[in-house]
Structures are given as C-alpha cells and as structure tokens.
Design a protein around this ligand. Structure first.
Ligand SMILES: [Zn+2]
Length: 681
C-alpha cells in the first residue's frame, strides 16, 4: 500500500501551487500559520486546545467507550472486525479533529500531531473504496455482507456532510504539512462525486443535510485549481432548486434564490449560507448573493441572540409556508418567528454558533465590511467559547441564556457540560475553530492589511506587490480596549493598515508613533501624532496608509465601556430586562455569586447602575468581572400557581458580581441568567 501511496504523491505533486482564490472577494485571508496568537486570552485558549482538548478528543475518538470514530475506519479498511457503531456523521467528526490537529500543527509543529495524523490517514486511505466513495456506515455494512447498503440511499445518512469535512480537513492538512496523503483521499472522493452528480436526481441532491460540502468542495477547488470542483459546487446549488418536496428544516422548501429569511435548522442554515458565500466569491453570481444580505439582516436584526447564538427553538414548525397547512414544515433546533428568542429553552447549538462565525467570515471577505467581523467576534467570544469548559474537556451541545432550577420543562440536552454527548459534532468543531482562530485576526487586499480581531498576536507574511511585513499586536483585549501594534519589519513600499472599529466602541482613538505608555496610564500627546477620535455607531475600518518604518507604533484605544442593553420590545422574553456587555464580552449572573438561596431572577438592577470592571486572575482562568450595587427581592413560592395578585416587595441592597457568559457553569451546577430584571429608575 505504501508504494501505491508514494506513486500517488508524485502524481499529485503539482497541487501545491493552488488556485487563485476568491476572484470576486474584496479581501483574502492570510495563509495558515502566518498569524499566530502570542499571549493572553486567545493564546491561552489555543494552548489549552492544543495541549488538552485535542489529545483528549483524540483518545476519545480512537477509543470505543462512548462511540466509535476511528474504529469504524479500521473495520472499513479491514484492520478490525465488527459492526458500525455511532452517529452517521461520526466520520465527519474525525475529519474535523484532523483539521484541528493540522491547524495547530501549522502554528506549533509537533511529532505527536504529525504521527497521529499520518497513522489515521493511512487507515482512512485504505478504507476508501477504489472508486473514491468513503462513508464508513455504508462501507462497514457492505463489508459485513449487507447488500442493501449503497451510497446516498438515506438522506439522513450525512454522506455529503462527512465528505465536505474530509475535503476541508484535507486542504488544511495540505497547507499545514505540504503532504498530499489526505488531499489524495479527498480528491478521489470529489472525483467520485463528480461522476455521481454528472447525471443525478434531485433526490440524491437532498442528501445535503448539514451541508459542509459546499464549503468543502470550494476549499478543494482553491487548493487544487481543478475547475471541475467549482462546476460541482455550482451543480450542488442548482440541484437544490429542483427539489419538489423539501422543507424549511433543510432550507429546501423554496429555491435558495427566493429566500429572504433565516429559517430551519440553524447549523444547516448557517453552513448553507457560508457555502453560498464561498460560491459567490468564486463566481460573482448575483443570484447567490441576492438572498444573503436579506437573510443576514433577518438573522442579526430579528433572530440572533445577544451572544451571537443561533437557533432559538428546540422543536417546532417553520413560520414560513404555513398559510397553506399542507406546507407546514416540522423544524428542530431552528430559527423560529422573528423576535422569538426564549432564554431558558434557547437551543443555540455550539455548531450553529460556529456556523455563524464561518458565514460572517466569508461575508467579510466578500465585502470588506466590518459589521460582519463584529458578528463573528461576538459569536466567537461568547456563544462559541461557552461550548467548552475551562479545563478544555467538557462540552455544551446547547447554549441557553438562562438556567433556572428546577427547569420549567424537560429538555433534551444537558444543562451541564459533559465529556461526551450523543451528537458529538460540537467538540471537534470547537477545536478546529479555536486551533484556526488566528486566521480570523488579519486579512489582506491590495497594499492593505486588515486588522480584524484584537488579541496579543503577530503577523509575519508577504504582502503581494509590497514585500515582507512583520507586525506584533500587544493588548489585554478583550479585558481592555487598548491595543498596541508594533511594525517590526516594514517593506519600502507604502501600504495601509485597516483597523476595525467595532460597533460597540464609542470613543475610539488611534495614534501613530506616540511613545509607548505604561499600561493603564493615559498616553501623553505627541507632536507627530496622527489622532482620530469619534463617536461610533456602526462598525467601520479606519485606514492608515503610509510608508511605514520598522519600529513604527500604532496605539488604539477602543474606549471600552460597560453597556446596558435592552432588546426590541417585540422580544417578549426579555421585556423589562437588561443585559450587560463590555467590549465584545456579554456578561451573566450565576447563583454561585449570590447569597445562599437567592436566585438570579430575584435580583434586579437599576438602569443607572455603575459597574466597576475588575480583572481577577484567580477566578475562572482570569477574567474581568463587573461589580456594582443592585437589589434583591424574595420571590415567594410559586408552586402550583401561574398567576397571582401582585405582591409588594421590599428590595434589599446587594453587591452584584457578573462574569463573562462564555465561562458560566465552570463552578458546579447552579442557575444563570444573561437577562436581568430591571427597575424603571
Ligand atoms: Zn454540534
């Protein structure tokens, strides 16, 4: 087998050149490994991911205690005997883990990752059928003599999901290692799909459950430059429109080009929108672009949680197409009606929130507009990171905004993080997101570097037509809004830095070449400063274009303040309540921070509350807490009662402590709320 693989590697050695990516995008991403986190918030999360979460998930997926991931491939390859075990999307989860290991390897090479990846790839390549088909539920059944097991028989079998993740993982692996062993598997699989979809039916197209394959096939097109894969992506989308009996759960009741609302299963929806944006960036097809802006507005103006979470409803019916009862579609973990955003029963699967990141990243690349990075940042810092515990080994499937004890209704998913959940898609999705997160921090266009995310980091890259650049970002963001960017190595040619001014920033200042100031002190004015100050209401990029010199310094102060937020009154679930945000971080109140017996909903705060931000490095891995005076009232027993005559309450003063939402539920079981009752004065 080794000899065969070696021959294949030689045959595909031309691949390294790759395609000219995203012809219709305004901005391009930097290559894997060119940007990296160096210290603080994101570097700590990257290190935890690399040293704890990735190895823990590797052991879990190699083992058979909870489910089978790697073993299914070993059986399919003939290295072990047995039956398929686990969810039909388990293959895709192993590929996602391999993508994460590759992304971590690109930043921090280690033999551990390289050897484990090579070992897994050898088995995966052996499991793949000669015609390129690879999906272990079917392959294992065939090996065990099941003649009914054939490709694409069951639309809920997640074949395209698995294959999509294979393609993306293979591209990241190729970029990280320069090796083509996994890329070769992905190419064979894609060629199988080219043949399968050359003359196919919409029924096969309906296999597009949780469509990671739009992103995957376009990744493969960019990596190989093979135009057949772009044609295949176009075909996938064209086939969607021919589906006659689809539903909103899978976003295929009406053709994509006619859609204007975020609808249905939120992971499927966000993956579809991300894939459509990818295809738009390669084709410039306005039919693909037209639905994306109204869907994005519907999501961010009517359906997204304040944490960036997506998918309000556990189970329900789609609000669209329902005037005719025959068209009612059952939906689950879905976008519901506009403004329908319950807190306790919020679904917000971690994968849906990651899908929000994936989509907004692509919308930013397509347009260069800061509003998309604002949403990406919001989701990433809140409803994505909330999916993993501070020790990196326990996970949420859903991310509610409130937990009460007892729960008012029985729910399917746990209110505590667990090492394994039956739908084990979120943990490997989290690790690939965190392992690759530095790629979101910067981007490039002609003679321009875009600074998107703030966090201690460095970028070392060649800017086409300009030259080599190295810049270092020092900051305690997201706990502080002060950012210090040092141009350590500058080319002779002029280029621009575009700094994102987030929508929440309300007094942003930028200075160039001011002497570095001591942390926490107001910098002194300087005669050669370039200073900008403004009140911000919408996210923008601030451009500084000049001939930079090595040692030039940019000081940015985003004016980070604690903000009290209220929701549109049509969000009935949050009437009379406020949420608290500081910078990109949304806060919550946990019962562990309250006197014994007091519940988060017993607390109410005044709209004039003055919070004090205090960094505590001993609590929750080091976070900025918000502290301030509030009140509590004893909310007497409601057992057996739905309504009662209003009872007067005597408020008692209370010192309140709020913690970032992303780190809730790390101190044992308890209650939590993002939205807090608010008095009128
Ligand atoms: Zn998931």
């Amino acid at each position: 087998m080794k000899r065969l693989l070696t021959g294949f590697l030689i045959a595909t050695a031309w691949i390294a050149s790759g395609a000219e990516p995203r012809h219709f995008a305004k901005v391009q991403s930097f290559a894997l490994g060119e940007a990296r986190w160096t210290s603080g918030f994101w570097a700590e999360r990257f290190e935890l991911c690399r040293t704890n979460t990735l190895p823990a998930l590797g052991r879990l997926m190699e083992g058979t205690n909870y489910s089978q991931f790697f073993r299914n491939f070993e059986i399919a390859a003939g290295f072990a005997e047995g039956r398929y075990r686990g969810a039909p999307f388990n293959d895709g989860e192993l590929y996602k883990l391999m993508q994460a290991a590759s992304a971590a390897y690109a930043v921090s090479p280690s033999d551990y990752f390289r050897q484990n990846l090579d070992r897994a790839i050898e088995v995966i390549a052996k499991a793949q059928r000669a015609d390129g088909y690879i999906h272990t539920p079917v392959l294992v059944a065939q090996r065990n003599g099941d003649t009914n097991a054939v490709p694409f028989k069951d639309r809920n079998n997640f074949e395209m999901y698995n294959l999509g993740h294979l393609m993306t993982a293979a591209c990241v692996h190729h970029q990280a290692t320069g090796e083509t062993n996994l890329l070769g598997v992905a190419i064979k699989a894609a060629d199988f799909l080219c043949r399968t979809f050359a003359d196919t039916t919409p029924e096969v197209a309906r296999s597009s459950i949780c469509p990671s394959h739009y992103m995957g096939i376009i990744d493969l097109y960019r990596e190989t430059g093979d135009a057949r894969y772009l044609e295949l992506a176009k075909k996938f989308f064209a086939l969607r429109s021919e589906i006659k009996d689809g539903g909103d759960d899978n976003q295929d009741r009406i053709p994509f080009g006619q859609q204007t609302n975020a609808m249905g299963h939120a992971v499927r929806a966000n993956y579809l929108y991300a894939g459509a944006t990818d295809l738009f960036m390669e084709t410039g097809d306005t039919n693909l672009w037209r639905p994306l802006e109204p869907i994005w507005r519907n999501l961010t103006e009517q359906k997204m949680y304040i944490t960036g979470g997506c998918g309000a409803l556990y189970d329900g019916a789609s609000p669209y197409g329902s005037k005719d009862q025959k068209n009612i579609t059952r939906t689950h973990q879905a976008y519901g009606h506009n403004y329908e955003l319950p807190n306790t029963t919020a679904h917000n699967e971690t994968c849906a929130n990651i899908g929000n990141v994936l989509w907004n990243w692509r919308m930013f690349l397509a347009t260069g507009e800061a509003r998309f990075v604002d949403v990406l940042e919001l989701a990433l810092h809140n409803s994505v990171l909330s999916g993993v515990s501070l020790d990196g080994t326990n996970f949420f499937y859903t991310n509610p905004l409130r937990v009460t004890d007892p729960l008012p209704t029985e729910l399917r998913w746990s209110r505590e993080r667990e090492p394994f959940v039956s739908s084990f898609c979120c943990p490997p999705n989290l690790v690939r997101t965190i392992a690759g997160s530095a790629q979101f921090a910067y981007a490039k266009s002609a003679e321009t570097i875009w600074v998107n995310l703030y966090g201690a980091s460095q970028l070392e890259a060649e800017l086409p037509g300009v030259g080599k650049i190295k810049l270092v970002q020092e900051t305690e963001y997201p706990w502080s809004g002060r950012v210090h960017i040092n141009i350590q190595s500058a080319p002779e040619k002029e280029f621009a830095l575009k700094l994102r001014f987030p929508g929440w920033a309300n007094d942003t200042q930028v200075r160039v070449n001011l002497r570095p100031s001591a942390r926490g002190r107001e910098p002194a004015p300087s005669s050669n400063e370039l200073s900008q100050s403004r009140l911000t209401s919408a996210a923008t990029y601030h451009e500084i274009r000049r001939i930079w010199k090595s040692g030039d310094i940019v000081d940015l102060d985003l004016g980070m303040k604690t903000q009290l937020l209220e929701a549109n009154p049509l969000v009935e679930e949050t009437l009379g309540q406020i949420a608290v945000r500081r910078g990109p971080i949304v806060y919550c109140l946990e019962s562990v921070d309250l006197p014994k017996g007091v519940k988060p909903l017993d607390v109410f705060i005044s709209p004039s509350i003055q919070f004090r931000a205090r960094y505590d490095q001993r609590l929750l891995g080091g976070v900025a807490l918000l502290e301030g005076p509030a009140f509590m009232r004893t909310n007497s027993d409601w057992t057996g009662r739905l309504y009662r005559e209003r009872q007067p309450v005597q408020p008692t003063p209370l010192q309140l402590r709020l913690v970032p939402y992303s780190v809730w539920a790390n101190r044992g079981p308890g209650e939590m709320s993002v939205w807090l009752p608010c008095s009128q004065r």
